[in-house]
Design a protein around this ligand. Structure first.
Ligand SMILES: Cc1ncc(COP(=O)(O)O)c(C=O)c1O
Length: 454
C-alpha cells in the first residue's frame, strides 16, 4: 500500500467538547488581581468586557465543556483540519524522525484563530451584544473575528497594530469584506491612542496598545464588549479542539509524539495542540517534550520575568501572573506581527514554571529559512508566526538525525502566509534583519512592573 500522507477525520468525528487543562493542573493558576485593590477579581469586575458565559469558562475547572451546536455547525465547514505526515520534508532533511503537522490554514481566515472567534461571537450574540472591539497583530485574528461577526450579526471594530497595518493592506481589505471596520493603532479614536500619538506621532504600535484601545471603547457602551484573540483561559480552551483531533489522527497513523512544537505569541495555538496531550500526561500517561518557540526579538518566555503585570499598555486590564517583558515594552517591527506581545498566557507561563514545557527563541531570518525549506518540500507557505514552529520542528528533526533517533515530532502549522508575501519578498531580497530589542528599553519596562504584595 502507498504511504499515507494525510490523516482525515469525518465531520462526525469532530470533538464535541473543549478540553480544560485547569481540571488536571497539579497546582492551580495564581489568581487574577484587581489593580486597585490587589484582591482577586470576581465575575462582576470582568462583566463590562465579556459576557458571563465566557467569564464562566475563564474560571472553570470542569474537564470538558460542550461546544454549542451552532458553533459546531460553523466549524464543520473546515474542521476536522488535516494532519499531514511531512514525508518529503523528512527526506529533504535526511532525518530518521517522523514529522507530522496539524494544518490550521484551512480555515476561512487562514489560521487557528476562527476556533475561538466563532464561539466568542456566538456567546456575545446570545448575551444580546451588538458590537465587539478587538486588537490584531498579524491581521489573522482581526480577520477571524470579522468573519465570525458577519455570521452572527455583530458589528466588529478592529485596531490593527500600525506596523502590520502598513505591511499587509490586504488583511484590512478582507476584514472590510466581512463588514468590519479596521483602523491603524495607535489611533485618534481613543484616549489611549491619542496619548501615545502625542508622545510619538510615528509610533509603530504594539499589541499592548491595540488592546488598550479596544478595551477602552468596549468599556464605554452597554451593547459593546471586547474580544481577545489569545492569552485568556477561555481562548486557550477553545483552541484545544486542535490537539484533540491530533490525538485521534495520530492514533490512525499508529504513532505517538515524543516532541510537540508550537509557536507562541500569546500562547493560544500552542495551547491548542499541546494541552490535550499534557492532559493525558497529567492523568498518568507518558511524558512528552513540549516546546514553545518564540521570536528572539520579543522573548517573553525565555527572557521575561514571571510576575504580575497588565495585559495592555494603558493599564486598563486586570493583573495576571505571566512571563512578561513589561507592558510598556515595544518590540521591534519584525515580520511575525502575531508574536509581538509583551506577555504570555498565564496558563502557558504556569506550565513553564512547573517544568511541564520548554521554551526556545529564534531570530526571524532563521525562521524564514526554515519556512522556505518547508514550502519547497511540502508546498504550503507558512505564516511568519508559524515559521517559528517549523524552525523548532526542523531543529528537533536534525537533532534526531545527529543522534540517530527516529522520534515522532508533531507541530502546529497554525496558518498560511498568503497575506504575508511582502515578508517573503523582503527575505529573498536580503532585506530582513534579525532585529534585537533594546536592552535599556526592556530594563525600563521591567522596572515599571506593578508591585504586588506577596
Ligand atoms: C498565524 C498566527 N500564528 C500565531 C499567532 C500568535 O498567537 P497565539 O500565540 O495566540 O497562537 C498569531 C497571532 O496573531 C497568528 O496570526
Amino acid at each position: 500500500m502507498a504511504d499515507t500522507i494525510k490523516y482525515l477525520l469525518s465531520e462526525e468525528q469532530m470533538p464535541k467538547d473543549w478540553y480544560n487543562l485547569a481540571a488536571d493542573l497539579p497546582v492551580p493558576l495564581p489568581a487574577v488581581l484587581h489593580p486597585g485593590t490587589m484582591q482577586p477579581v470576581g465575575p462582576d469586575d470582568l462583566a463590562p468586557l465579556f459576557p458571563m458565559s465566557l467569564i464562566a469558562q475563564e474560571v472553570s475547572t470542569e474537564r470538558y465543556i460542550e461546544i454549542p451546536e451552532p458553533v459546531q455547525e460553523v466549524f464543520r465547514q473546515w474542521r476536522p483540519s488535516p494532519l499531514f505526515r511531512a514525508r518529503r520534508l523528512e527526506k529533504a532533511l535526511g532525518t530518521p524522525a517522523r514529522i507530522y503537522y496539524k494544518y490550521e490554514g484551512v480555515s476561512p481566515a487562514g489560521s487557528h484563530k476562527p476556533n475561538t472567534a466563532i464561539p466568542q461571537a456566538f456567546y456575545n450574540r446570545e448575551a444580546g451584544i451588538r458590537k465587539l472591539t478587538t486588537e490584531t497583530g498579524a491581521g489573522q485574528w482581526g480577520t477571524s473575528l470579522s468573519f465570525a461577526g458577519s455570521l452572527f450579526g455583530i458589528e466588529v471594530q478592529v485596531f490593527q497594530v500600525r506596523v502590520s497595518y502598513n505591511q499587509k493592506p490586504y488583511r484590512r481589505a478582507v476584514m472590510e469584506t466581512y463588514g468590519a471596520q479596521c483602523v491603524a493603532s495607535p489611533s485618534e479614536l481613543t484616549q489611549s491612542g491619542r496619548a501615545i500619538l502625542a508622545q510619538n506621532p510615528n509610533h509603530p504600535g504594539s499589541l499592548g496598545i491595540a488592546i488598550s484601545e479596544a478595551v477602552e471603547l468596549a468599556a464605554q457602551r452597554e451593547d459593546t464588549k471586547y474580544a481577545l484573540g489569545s492569552v485568556l483561559n477561555h481562548v486557550l480552551l477553545h483552541q484545544t479542539i486542535i490537539g484533540q483531533e491530533a490525538i485521534a489522527q495520530l492514533a490512525m497513523a499508529g504513532d505517538d509524539p515524543d516532541v510537540i512544537v508550537g509557536c507562541t505569541g500569546g500562547g493560544s495555538n500552542f495551547a491548542g495542540i499541546a494541552f490535550p496531550f499534557l492532559g493525558l500526561q497529567l492523568r498518568g500517561g507518558r511524558k512528552r517534550r513540549v516546546v514553545a518557540v518564540e521570536p528572539a526579538a520579543c522573548p517573553s518566555l525565555t527572557r521575561g520575568k514571571y510576575a504580575y503585570d497588565f495585559g495592555d499598555t494603558a493599564h486598563l486590564t486586570p493583573l495576571t501572573k505571566m512571563h512578561t517583558l513589561g507592558s510598556t515594552f515595544t518590540p521591534p517591527g519584525f515580520h511575525a506581527g502575531g508574536l509581538r506581545y509583551h506577555g504570555m498566557a498565564p496558563m502557558v507561563s504556569h506550565l513553564k514554571e512547573l517544568g511541564l514545557i520548554e521554551a526556545t527563541a529564534y531570530h526571524q531570518t532563521a525562521c524564514f529559512e526554515a519556512g522556505v525549506a518547508f514550502a519547497r518540500a511540502e508546498g504550503i507557505v507558512p505564516a511568519p508566526e508559524a515559521n517559528h514552529a517549523v524552525k523548532g520542528a526542523i531543529e528537533e528533526a536534525l537533532r534526531c538525525k545527529r543522534e540517530g533517533k527516529s522520534e515522532v515530532i508533531l507541530f502546529n502549522l497554525c496558518g498560511h502566509g498568503h497575506f504575508d508575501m511582502q515578508a517573503y519578498t523582503d527575505y529573498f531580497a536580503g532585506k530582513l534583519q534579525d532585529l534585537n530589542y533594546d536592552e535599556a528599553e526592556l530594563a525600563m519596562a521591567l522596572s515599571g512592573l506593578p508591585s504586588v504584595p506577596a
